[in-house]
Structures are given as C-alpha cells and as structure tokens.
Design a protein around this ligand. Structure first.
Ligand SMILES: [Zn+2]
Length: 189
C-alpha cells in the first residue's frame, strides 16, 4: 500500500536531486562566465562589488550550503536574489535570467519544507499511528485470540471441555463466544 508518507518521500527525493543538479549546473555557468569575462578586481566599481556580493557570490554560497542545510542555503540563495534586485543593476532583461539562476533556492526551500512535513506523521517522535492496526483482527484483543488458540474460554480463560456448550466458569455460550470474539472485553479475566 502506497502511504502518503511514501509518496511525499519519493517526491522529496526527486525534488532534492533536481535542486542539487540544477545548482551544480548554475554554479558551473557562473564559474565559466567569470573565466570567460576575465575577472579583473581593479576595474570593478564599488557599486558592482555590492552587486557581485549578492550575485553570484551569495547565490553560489547559498546553493552550495543547501546541499547540507536546505533551509538555510535556500534562504541565503533567495536573500541574495533579493539583494541583487535591490542593490544591483537589475535591468529589465535581467529579471527572468536572475530568477532562473536562483531557482534551485526555491527548490531547496521546498525540500526543506517537505522534509519537515514528512517527519511529523512518520512516528519518529513516538507518536501513535492511527492507521496502523495494532491487533490481528478489528477489535479482537490478543488475549482473546490466545485463549481461543489454547482451547480456553474466550471470555474468561477458564478450562473448558471440547464438547462443552457453555463455559463452566462464566456460563457464556462457547459457540456464540467464538463467533463474536470482537465483542469480548480484552479486560475480562
Ligand atoms: Zn468463561
């Protein structure tokens, strides 16, 4: 049976690797751009330094950190995008590409959120699982089943002869009792 947990878990795994692979590709693109443009610190204006601090330095730092700390790394990635939008020279045409460059940050944050949501009902904190049946049959206690298996009275556990119609101790009709095991109190002795 595919539980909601299992489907969340597999989507989480797929999302996590989508985020990681896209982050590697984007970091690779940034590195190639730096090599291609011939990075020269002497020619960079203070305003450009601020811009570079967010984009790509903050972006790369966030995406690399998100491999271990998805929440923090994703947040740094998106904060860097926001900083670049506010302080950088974000022209009209740069909007979509920079959103695309920060997209692993959204994915990492989604993974972080999903992994938190997944932990809640997983029962790892010792929470009871309402859907998991603790007993072999619906409403039949293990004590009652053990009595039937041992040939005892299902209700009180007294020794009964195989041919007996009623329990010698509690007088219950044994044929009735064996057909209505779910109605026997597990507390009866
Ligand atoms: Zn009995």
């Amino acid at each position: 049976v595919q539980t909601p947990n299992a489907s969340i878990h597999s989507s989480l795994l797929a999302l996590r690797w989508l985020a990681r692979i896209s982050s590697i590709l984007l970091i690779g693109v940034f590195v190639l751009m730096f090599i291609g443009e011939g990075f020269d610190p002497a020619r960079i204006t203070p305003r450009e330094w601020v811009s570079l601090l967010f984009f790509p330095f903050g972006l790369v730092l966030g995406m690399a950190l998100a491999w271990w700390r998805e929440g923090l790394g994703g947040a740094i990635t998106l904060a860097s995008l926001l900083g670049f939008a506010m302080f950088g020279d974000l022209s009209q045409g740069a909007c979509l590409p920079s959103l695309l460059c920060a997209s692993p940050g959204f994915l990492f944050l989604l993974c972080w959120f999903l992994s938190k949501a997944e932990k809640m009902p997983a029962g790892e904190e010792g929470l009871p699982q309402p859907s998991a049946p603790a007993q072999p049959g619906p409403g039949i206690s293990e004590a009652v089943i053990a009595r039937v298996a041992a040939g005892l009275c299902p209700k009180c556990g007294a020794q009964v002869k195989p041919a007996a119609q009623n329990c010698p101790s509690c007088r219950i009709n044994l044929a009735f009792a064996r057909e209505h095991l779910d109605q026997l109190s597990p507390l009866a002795k």
